[in-house]
Design a protein around this ligand. Structure first.
Ligand SMILES: C[S@@+](CC[C@H](N)C(=O)[O-])C[C@H]1O[C@@H](n2cnc3c(N)ncnc32)[C@H](O)[C@@H]1O
Length: 332
């Protein structure tokens, strides 16, 4: 993480000041450090340049310790499956398997080959409408932010699809954040290999309990992050607390009355922001001024299953064909 972030950060539990002990710097970056809260004595480390601001509540596994993904572990234990995925011509693989092969290549550090394969896989996994709407939203956000001085903070950054495009097309500094340190660690390696890491900082935290001071974030973005956060609870109030400027949230909404998908999303704890009107109301109820722009809609189907990995699916939703309405929630 870049050292400029110190000014923006506080304890995500009790909101007191942090005392920093920096053990390794590299230019403007902090590679290794410990931030101790002066109020509650919680300690937040920076490891391999990634700031770890995860709180004990809610409890979660030590993802940092899981160096290899579940996929890599499974393939190591099932060499015949690995051969069927990696040792055949790409033309013989189903789209989902192309995607999983790309993930394996990425774990092996073959980032260019992985990216090419992932692009090929996406064309078979998603409908044309889904891909077009998604691209249109990313372009819209990047154009809106073309004059931004930054830093731009992105939340639920995942594999950094939006962050990567912003880093390629915008000049300003960017902070990619996610609940999962393992995902961020992988992001670091990929971004370094593409020469994009210089302007990016990586922070791990739960978006429902962030380590930012009140109003410290000038611009917050997310690419379909809101609908991926389980039990969002106070999420929008917490984001309202830290955003001093604008929040641009790329979102897609399910049609009112799409009960089959709504029920499946509800069971996964992901239902509260899936309908356009309810999402807008939730923003207003937490003190935001909100509008939805750049709207478009596209058909979405359940993502096809893997033929090699026991029917695994790239995305869990939708569970039934539907028409997704896309847009950017612009909130202040
Ligand atoms: C599908 S990704 C979103 C796509 C991503 N924004 C991109 O542009 O590539 C969803 C991410 O949300 C993260 N996530 C889930 N719950 C979260 C939470 N409570 N706080 C922060 N991130 C969370 C997951 O770890 C996952 O990486």
């Amino acid at each position: 993480m870049h050292a400029y972030l110190i000014e923006m950060l506080e304890c995500p539990v009790c909101h007191d000041e942090l005392e920093w002990r920096i053990s390794r710097r590299r230019g403007e970056r902090i590679e290794s450090a410990e931030a101790r809260c002066q109020g509650c004595a919680a300690v937040y480390p920076v490891l391999e340049g990634v700031g770890l601001f995860l709180t004990p509540d809610p409890p979660r596994n030590d993802l940092w310790g899981q160096v290899d993904s579940q996929l890599a572990k499974y393939l190591r234990e099932h060499s015949e499956v690995e051969q069927r995925l990696m040792d055949v011509s790409a033309d013989e693989l189903a789209p989902a398997d192309l995607f999983y092969r790309a993930l394996v290549l990425e774990e092996r550090g073959e980032y260019e080959a992985a990216k090419e394969l992932e692009e090929q896989a996406k064309a078979g996994i998603y409908t044309e409408g889904y891909l077009a709407c998604s691209e249109s939203q990313r372009n819209y956000v990047i154009e809106r932010l073309s004059e931004s001085d930054g830093p731009i903070v992105d939340t639920a950054s995942g594999r950094c699809y939006l962050v990567e495009e912003m880093a390629r097309r915008l000049e300003c500094l960017i902070v990619a954040t996610d609940l999962s340190p393992r995902v961020l660690r992988q992001d670091r390696r990929r971004l370094e290999s593409f020469g994009l890491y210089d302007k990016i900082s990586l922070l791990a935290f739960d978006a429902r309990r962030t380590p930012f001071r009140n109003g410290a974030v000038g611009t917050l973005t997310t690419n379909v992050g809101l609908s991926n956060i389980e039990e969002p609870g106070n999420l929008l109030s917490e984001l309202r607390r830290v955003v001093g400027g604008q929040f641009l949230a790329i979102s897609h909404f399910y049609p009112e009355g799409d009960e089959v998908n709504a029920m499946a999303l509800r069971e996964a704890g992901l239902s509260s922001l899936i309908f356009r009107n309810a999402a807008t109301d939730a923003f207003i109820a937490t003190g935001w001024e909100v509008g939805i722009v750049n709207e478009c809609s596209g058909r979405a189907e359940p993502t096809p299953k893997s033929e090699v990995l026991g029917g695994a699916q790239v995305d869990a939703f939708p569970v039934q064909e539907t028409m997704l309405q896309w847009g950017v929630i612009m909130a202040r």
